[in-house]
Design a protein around this ligand. Structure first.
Ligand code: URP
Ligand code: ZN
Ligand code: ZN
Length: 468
């Protein structure tokens, strides 16, 4: 932790709650105070280091609540390690990730968690926390959930998709929800009807449809909407809250909106890929569409407006990346002759803050909503607020100096993620991260990486703060 005083002068401080022309004093890794530019208080501050933020935004470090560094999937591993992935996160202005520890079938939750603690320990450039993937809902793992909640692992992902891998049936889902209703945990649901999808996969392959675009065709909107509806009903039966991950389809978003209109504690997340990419990308010829294979799949672009609307109306609360990169060469290529063998996942941890800033310029969301969906809401949802997600006295000094005027072109040639392609290759956007502080230490200094592996600390989490 830094024992120095840093002064960030002259910027526009943007949080989810307000925008103020204020100087920010950082001391011992925390925000010490804010005061109006030119005020007697601010003029009286002295510091070891002064950062000039004139003409820039001063925003909280991003909280990406859905990443998969080194995730095992489809016989391979996501290509970003905790070291490379968190460094890329820092480049993109994200200072906290919540990754997913994975339970191996037949083994305890804690064995999985320990493996993920070990993978991340001493490697991360920014702070990190964990959710737990439940792959094997048994009496033993249900009991273990209570202990994990006490330990700061307060959310559990279940899959209605991927039969034989991560899949849980409705009985297992109901049991896990009942447990979370008692222990304060939050169930995160991958809502797709995997049993039905597997039938359609088999039929598509039998008909010779092996191209990546069939990944999108078999993973139907109706099967996302149906699973979302079912998950909501199961959560109601259990009396549990529910967070639906990577919502991609308008009809799934409508299920969440309908539940919320009833006053149910149902929350939804979407991801930049569903807001900016579409089945047009998945249909790229010469197997290039494999770069866009993820689940839930990309949808026709007509779905995007419903997702933007959901983000504006707060029917969707969070934008995470679901960062799960696989190189095109040697990894995505595993599915050259069979789309179902393409490892699922897209790179994105570096671009979330920028793409959402572009959405502000495009008129989809306001500047404060940008910070809410990318910083404050994920922090609240997963028990990290106000340590993370805001700029206020006492908060960790995770701060981004953001230049809203710089133009940049996203490309694999310039990104910092450990993956050989960009899902946004050639896209021109306005706005760029300039300087990043993580707990008061500068990790990106005017577009130069000055951080280090091991600076990032593990952060145990409280329970969902929308339920307290
Ligand atoms: O395609 C995806 N989303 N891969 C990561 C695993 C998951 O389902 O989130
Ligand atoms: Zn998922
Ligand atoms: Zn995921």
């Amino acid at each position: 932790m830094s024992s120095t005083r840093t002064l960030i002068r002259g910027g526009l401080v943007v949080t989810a709650a307000e925008e103020t022309h204020a100087d920010v004093l950082v001391e011992d890794g925390r925000i010490a105070a804010l005061a109006a530019h030119g005020s007697t208080v601010a003029e009286g501050w002295t510091a070891d280091r002064t950062i000039d933020a004139a003409g820039r935004y001063v925003v909280p470090g991003g909280v990406d609540a859905h990443t998969h560094m080194e995730m095992p999937f489809g016989g391979t591993f996501a290509s970003d390690t905790f070291e490379t992935g968190t460094r890329a996160a820092a480049w993109g202005g994200t200072t906290t990730i919540v990754d997913f520890a994975v339970q191996t079938k037949g083994r305890s939750l804690h064995a999985g968690l320990d493996a993920w603690y070990a993978k991340a320990d001493g490697k991360c450039a920014v702070d990190y926390a964990f959710h737990m993937i439940l792959s094997d809902v048994t009496e033993r793992s249900l009991k273990e959930m209570d202990r994990l909640v006490e330990e700061g692992i307060t959310s559990f992902k279940l899959f209605m998709a991927y039969p034989g891998v991560f899949y849980s049936d409705d009985g297992q889902i109901l049991r896990a929800m009942q447990r979370s209703a008692d222990n304060g945990g939050l169930i995160m649901m991958h809502a797709e009807n995997g049993i039905a999808i597997d039938v359609l996969v088999e039929q598509a392959l039998a008909a010779g449809h092996t191209d990546p675009r069939y990944h999108g065709e078999v993973r139907k909107v109706l099967l996302e909407a149906e699973a979302t509806h079912r998950a909501i009903q199961l959560a109601r039966v259990a009396g549990a809250p529910l967070y639906v991950v990577h919502v991609s389809a308008d009809e799934a978003a409508a299920e969440i909106a309908a539940a919320r209109a009833k006053g149910l504690p149902v929350f939804g997340e979407t991801c930049p890929q569903y807001l900016f990419l579409s089945t047009d990308d998945l249909a790229e010829p010469d197997f290039q569409g494999a770069k866009y294979v993820c689940s839930t799949p990309l949808r026709p672009r007509e779905h995007q407006e419903a997702l933007w609307r959901g983000l504006r109306t707060d029917d969707l609360q969070v934008v995470s990346t679901d960062h799960c990169p696989f190189c095109f060469v040697g990894q995505k290529e595993l599915g050259r002759d069979d789309f179902s063998k393409i490892p699922n996942g897209l790179p994105g941890v570096e671009h979330r803050m920028d793409l959402l800033h572009q959405a502000v310029l495009d008129g989809h969301i306001s500047r404060r909503r940008w910070i809410e969906i990318a910083c404050a809401a994920p922090a609240r949802m997963f028990g990290l607020y106000p340590k993370k997600g805001t700029i206020a006295p006492g908060a960790d000094a995770d701060v981004v100096i953001y230049d809203p005027t710089v133009e940049q072109t996203l490309s694999a040639a310039t990104h910092h993620m450990n993956v050989d392609y960009s899902a946004y290759e050639g896209r021109r956007i306005t706005g760029q991260v300039e300087t990043v502080l993580s707990r008061g230490e500068v990790v990106i200094d005017r577009r130069e990486y000055v951080g280090r592996a091991g600076h990032g600390q593990y952060v145990p989490r409280g329970t969902c703060q929308y339920l307290r």
